[in-house]
Design a protein around this ligand. Sequence first.
Ligand code: MG
Length: 220
Amino acid sequence: MKQILIQTNILKNNDDIARKNRQRLNDQKIFTINLLGSPGSGKTSILEQIIKHIKPKVNMGVIEGDLYTTKDAQRIEKHNVNVIQVNTGGICHLDASMVQHALQYLDIDYLDFLVIENVGNLVCPAAYDLGGDMKITVMSVTEGNDKPLKYPFMFQISSVIILNKVDIIDFTDFDIEEFYKDIKSLNEEIQIYEVSCKTGQGIEELSKYFESKINCKKGE
Ligand code: MG
């Protein structure tokens, strides 16, 4: 009996395209991040804050992944940033071929920094490499500190965690010590930035981190 392992084939095909995307972005020396996190964690809000800080110094592009709407892309467009909307039509993650397609519509000769905002989800997007430099997960304190252990793969593959909405932490049951302990148990190397888009806390530090990565890539 012939057994077809569809999941394996799909992921292998995805990884092949991701490799091509990565090569193309590396050739152009574009620092590229895959921005992940639950719906409502604040991915777009953080992106808007980062744009305000670094756009004057950096040529930036954004690929916005969303199930059906252009709401996030419209927010980004208001900051005069090149943005391409990818609607997955109900699929819960972006894949490498969607990014490959979107890259055709960005002026990549001109870019230094590309942010790919994935569909809001802590499970499926983790399995699909898109071809960037790093994966960054946004998590807000309102989601609860149990999420790293409940969705370990997302936190294991991320290089940075942005803990958002820290201005309202005292109004939640979020146990920050346990959060750090759990995250470090999954991924010792991970960096954590505590931010608030409302008060601006941590945004400058995070922007500086991105600037250093962008400059490092340009100098490669
Ligand atoms: Mg968003």
